[in-house]
Design a protein around this ligand. Sequence first.
Ligand SMILES: Nc1nc2c(ncn2[C@@H]2O[C@H](COP(=O)(O)OP(=O)(O)OP(=O)(O)O)[C@@H](O)[C@H]2O)c(=O)[nH]1
Ligand SMILES: [Mg+2]
Length: 212
Amino acid sequence: MKNQNVDLLRDHHLITFSGRPNAGKSSLILYFISKTTAKKYKIRVGKTPGTTTRINLIPLCNNLTLVDLPGFGKLHRKGKHFEEKTKDKIIEFFEKYGAQILFSLHIIDLYTFEQQVKSLERKNIIPIDQEMVEFLLEVTDKPVFVVANKIDRLSALELQKQMKLLLQYMPEEVEIFYVSCRTKYGINDLKKRMKALIKKNPKLPDRYLNCF
Ligand SMILES: Nc1nc2c(ncn2[C@@H]2O[C@H](COP(=O)(O)OP(=O)(O)OP(=O)(O)O)[C@@H](O)[C@H]2O)c(=O)[nH]1
Ligand SMILES: [Mg+2]
């Protein structure tokens, strides 16, 4: 993150997009911004985990800024040291800007969630997504939306199974949205909910509603 970006954030409200590498964070962000903005801020979608390597600050409109975070967890060909440094950068960001965050979006790849949970369970480690969502609730003290993505890759039956599994690991206070960034399923419902939350907050200007 460049220092000049940090200063610009002073009077801004933030909406963060976190998640494991390859979950679809950048794909989701593309539904909120124009092609020109995506190009200007180099928002890239990639097949291999670790496409986004730095904290990207993307002005949405007025004083509202979206934050595209690098993946939290195992990165393709980046090594343990890089993974740890990325994790520290993310934690540092939330600790510093937690108060400015309106709400956070945590994106999960629902297609690989079970495999991830099971492999960590064997090592007695809690799922990274659960750890991250609990951290977000604590550090921001604001609503957290869990966006379960890639549902286009699941059959109706599999989807039911994965929805049940996800519920077992997510804290009760989070709202879960089931979406596909490939087909756009569920994206409008998510946007509507985000707008409703902004509208409900008397401290926020109405002009923020036009940002979506
Ligand atoms: N089938 C399917 N693929 C998706 C969906 N959303 C994203 N993808 C694909 O998943 C891959 C990762 O997407 P990104 O948006 O780059 O993921 P990211 O979370 O930003 O990844 P990092 O920047 O590496 O942390 C890309 O190949 C996307 O095309 C979806 O809803 N369905
Ligand atoms: Mg990305």
